[in-house]
Design a protein around this ligand. Structure first.
Ligand code: GTP
Ligand code: MG
Length: 658
């Protein structure tokens, strides 16, 4: 019988899948796993001809069982033979509980222990133990074997599991076994729905009339008929044409269920076990993962730096080199932070469990939970370890904070820290409220990261001020590109620094608040000579060209003087002392108060200036919104009192409030 043999298209009878659970078998070769599943479900999980001929499970088999409460439980039957441990590993990952099988006539055997070690590494903590072949042993032997199994389980997470004696041919104990399974599964919390469905593929095949089908245990989210999906680590896209669970067509598959997806847009030959079906953009492939690795006490030797190992994650299996981040070698029974440099990219997420095996002689070495999938190679070891420790911190807020070393969107940070949406939102609010993180446009950054950016801005500005002391500051765009921040984030950073008066904005330039343009003594001397000349005839001052040739006051120095408030530049061709501008403005305002309008000629006569100088001065009043042209005349556009106030401010008679 062939799982998915009736896979239906989107027209099939629909509905949401009922809550389903998945269990896997485990145990030594020939202990009766497949026979037990057949007896329980009527489905023979050994679907390959070779398996039936050899009487041995080689690859994963699938079946399902209806529990007394009417709910279904999916079953993944694994091979017990040590040569097929890799297939076993592809099947036991995301299960709710395990059905550990030990034959009473043989008792605990090597793969009983190895499977137990693997289950511990993978974090499987719920089990029912089937003591099989009860018909082959007498009561005394059964009691001895039972005690032996209990002793082995005693120091494992499965120590509390029920031990049920069964016999497939006589069906003895089968009802008790099902009841024990139902009990254990009733305690399993609902599967999390993180909104990021992932189906690690355990089988891919074609079915006449349907096309490509993949199967697996769905985690972290739901898939619906019609969904677009991506197949990682390839760049392939496909669409879900139909979904089945336990050979029943459904519209939506829920996390934690066995699922067969009928895919269009992708061929069977392009798919393989180990690939992961995801929602496009929700997960990325990586070639470097970081984790705390626990080496089993049973490991036959130390693990050396750079040693070649096999890594099993989800249904994937890939060769890798181990970088030990804490010591040159790792002893059996100890743990340390490592980086695994994978020979090929795979799709996995923070928090996923992995198992490490030695390729030859084959041996399960240990494993752990993934702490980082960003693909960054950590070189400085001590720093790397500190970073990884923060990333696996107990609270969601501190894990999120560890992902905010530089500005990142909530999505990016959530993915790096392995938090699901709801946890992430709560952690984000907590960090923002306590000031441990700062919002920068579309991104967030931790306090430390924010301080690092602020310090770079301040240092950059200080350097600019030293290099060009005559310039008001550094152009905004120059500061932004030096930081490499997107405009939105940069603007938010500067707004915040300006609010805290750590930076001031001077036109399109940024400066440190304490900075003022400073002139050399020679420049000061030249300026005092030029100022005397400007003061001699304030409303007919020398032109910028004359200031340069006669006094050595170049245009850059004029700009600096204007910045300092010593002169007012109007356009590029007029320079006045602020006092002259103030006196001119006062005269014009007074005239407008009485006569309502004023002409250029009248302004010239009134102030003893020249047409050449009056034009920019009147322009200055227009530009600052005090006057407006009306034909050849100018009129006042604000009340005279307000205009005087404004002029006082513009010409430095009255200090501007900071
Ligand atoms: N007498 C008796 N024989 C059993 C019982 N259960 C299984 N067997 C026999 O034991 C042999 C192995 O059974 P399988 O079910 O293939 O064992 P398995 O654990 O699935 O083996 P692998 O998948 O290869 O690891 C078969 O010949 C079964 O008929 C039982 O309860 N009583
Ligand atoms: Mg079998």
């Amino acid at each position: 019988m062939h799982r998915g043999a009736q896979i239906a298209g989107s027209t099939g009878a629909g509905g949401q899948s009922p809550p389903t659970r998945v269990i896997a078998t485990a145990g030594h070769v020939d202990h009766g796993k497949s026979t037990l599943i057949t007896a329980l479900t009527g489905i023979d999980p050994d679907r390959l001809r070779e398996e039936r001929e050899r009487g041995m499970t080689i690859d994963l088999g699938f079946a399902w069982l209806e529990l007394p409460d009417g709910s279904d439980v999916g079953i993944v039957d694994v091979p017990g033979h040590q040569d097929f441990i890799r297939n076993m590993l592809a099947g036991v990952g995301p299960v709710d509980a395990v059905l550990l099988v030990v034959a009473l006539d043989e008792g605990v055997m090597p793969q009983t222990r190895e499977h137990l070690a693997i289950l511990r590494i993978l974090g499987v903590e719920r089990a029912v133990v089937a003591l099989t072949k009860r018909d082959l042993v007498d009561d005394e032997w059964a009691a001895l074997a039972r005690a032996d199994v209990a002793a082995v389980l005693a120091d494992t997470p499965l120590h509390g599991a029920a031990l049920i004696e069964v016999s497939a041919p006589t069906r003895r104990g089968l009802d008790a076994l099902v009841a024990a399974l139902a009990d254990v599964l009733a305690q399993v919390p609902a599967r999390r729905d993180a909104g990021r469905p992932r189906l690690p593929i355990d089988r891919a095949f074609t079915l006449t009339g349907f096309g490509t089908v993949v199967t697996g245990t769905l985690v972290d989210g739901a898939f619906g008929v019609g969904d677009e999906v991506a197949i990682l680590p390839t760049t392939k896209r496909a669409r879900v044409r139909g979904i089945q669970t336990h050979k029943r067509a459904i519209e939506t598959a829920r996390p934690g269920s066995r699922v067969a997806l009928n895919l269009t847009g992708v061929e069977k030959d392009e798919l393989a076990r180990g690939m992961v079906v995801v929602r496009p953009g929700s997960l990325e492939s990586t070639s470097v993962i970081s984790a705390r690795l626990e080496l089993l006490p049973s490991a036959s030797d130390v693990l050396a730096h750079d040693e070649a190992v096999k890594v099993h994650i989800g249904t994937a299996e890939v060769m890798a080199r181990v970088s030990l981040l804490e010591a040159a070698a790792l002893d059996p029974g100890s743990s340390a932070w490592v980086q695994l440099r994978l020979a090929e990219p795979i799709a996995c997420a923070v928090g996923d469990r992995f198992v490490l095996r030695r390729p030859s002689p084959p041996e399960t070495l240990g494993g752990g939970a993934i702490a980082d999938v960003s693909g960054e190679r950590l070189r400085r070891r001590r720093e790397a370890v500190a970073t990884l420790e923060r990333r696996t911190a107990p609270t969601a807020a501190s894990r999120l904070l560890a992902a905010l070393d530089v500005p990142r969107t909530p999505d990016e940070a959530g993915m790096r820290s392995g938090l699901e949406a709801a946890e992430r939102e709560a952690a984000m609010s907590e960090l923002l409220a306590s000031g441990r993180a700062v919002a920068l446009g579309d991104a967030l950054v931790g306090r430390d990261g924010f301080e690092a950016l602020a310090t770079r801005v301040e240092r950059g500005l200080a350097a600019t001020h030293r290099r060009v002391p005559l310039r008001a500051g550094a152009p905004r765009e120059e500061v932004r590109s030096a930081l490499g921040l997107a405009a939105k984030r940069f603007n938010a950073l500067i707004d915040r620094l300006a609010r805290d008066v750590r930076v001031v904005e001077r036109g399109s330039a940024l400066a440190l608040p304490a900075f003022s343009v400073t002139l050399t003594p020679a420049q000061e001397a030249a300026w005092s000579r030029a100022r005397a000349e400007l003061a001699r005839q304030p409303l007919q001052p020398p032109s910028p060209d004359a200031l340069e040739t006669d006094f050595g006051i170049g245009r850059e120095l004029v700009a600096a003087l204007a910045e300092r408030g010593d002169v007012i530049r109007i356009g590029t061709e007029a320079v006045f002392l602020p006092d002259a501008v103030a006196r001119f403005a006062d005269a014009v305002i007074a005239e407008l108060e009485t006569s309502r309008t004023i002409t250029v000629a009248r302004a010239r006569d009134l102030t003893g200036s020249s047409r050449k100088h009056v034009l920019p001065l009147l322009q200055f009043l227009d530009d600052h919104g005090l006057t407006r042209r009306q034909g050849d005349d100018r009129i006042l556009v604000v009340p005279a009192e307000q205009a005087r106030e404004r002029i006082a401010t513009l010409t430095g008679r009255k200090k501007v409030a900071p």
